[in-house]
Design a protein around this ligand. Structure first.
Ligand SMILES: [Zn+2]
Length: 253
């Protein structure tokens, strides 16, 4: 049965996950209740992968994950100061960034399109969530996606997110333009040891074929920043999905 609730309209472009698709998607989905993650596959035929997919994200990252061999290479992260437009798209606060930042995986460059947030974290380590998680979404020339996940641990003290939080768009549809360039490297941990695996979008339509890189070390976000984000989105994480036959590797930088 297909239950279509037309109470909200979102564009796939607005989520930024499919930068080359201009189609409009009118199926309402959420993180709880009858339109929550366990029901996504039934909301639309287009969301079938959310239920039938075998390579879904997020996943749990066990501490005892095998460390990769010397042939497993850490990705190169080549980020530069960017300007950005912050958008509250009803599911997340997303920053659409100016061009010029990229990662390189096995010689292939993937341009950074946007970053956004989840609360609590989507990936877990030994079943434990951190307070939040940041996703940097990149696309190569063919439109294939690669996402870098950064776990955000709640900690008093300095936070790299203060300027961004001052501009957080709190209502759906709100936008804020940041014209003073800011350094994305400040949102990354110094140590870039990383989990690598093949996965999916963590939001409908749960499309597979994404490369996932989740950094092992977290960055800090203050308790008041976590509370402020929770005011905007009470909860925005898809539960972890089975690893199935996939290989999960911890690659040392
Ligand atoms: Zn995400």
């Amino acid at each position: 049965m297909s239950v279509i609730v037309g109470v909200a309209t979102l564009t796939v472009v607005a989520t930024g996950f499919s930068p080359h698709t201009a189609e409009r998607e009118t199926v309402h989905w959420s993180y709880q209740g009858s339109t929550g993650p366990e029901h996504w596959a039934g909301l639309s035929e287009d969301f079938a992968a959310c239920g039938a997919g075998r390579e879904q994200s997020p996943i749990d990252l066990p501490e005892d994950t095998a460390v990769g061999t010397s042939s497993d290479e850490a990705i190169t992260i080549d980020y530069h100061p960017v300007t950005a437009k912050l958008v509250n798209n009803g599911h997340t606060v997303q920053a659409n960034v100016s061009p010029g930042s990229r990662i390189i995986i096995d010689g292939t460059p993937y341009e950074l399109q946007q970053f956004h947030f989840h609360l609590p974290s989507e990936h877990t380590e030994d079943g434990e969530h951190t307070a939040m998680e940041m996703h940097f979404v990149h696309a190569d020339e063919a439109g294939d996606l690669a996402v870098v996940g950064v776990l955000m641990e709640k900690e008093r003290g300095d936070s790299a997110f203060t300027d961004l939080w001052d501009r957080l768009p709190t209502e759906e549809g709100d936008e804020a333009q940041i014209n003073e360039p800011f350094d994305l490297a400040e949102f990354l941990p110094n140590d870039r040891d990383q989990y690598q695996y093949d996965g999916s979008l963590t939001t409908p339509p749960c499309t597979e074929g994404l490369k996932w890189i989740v950094l092992d070390d977290p960055v800090s976000v203050t308790p008041s920043q976590v509370a402020a984000y929770r005011e905007v989105f009470h909860r925005s994480n898809r539960p972890t999905q089975p690893l199935n036959d996939r290989v999960l590797t911890l690659v040392e930088d």
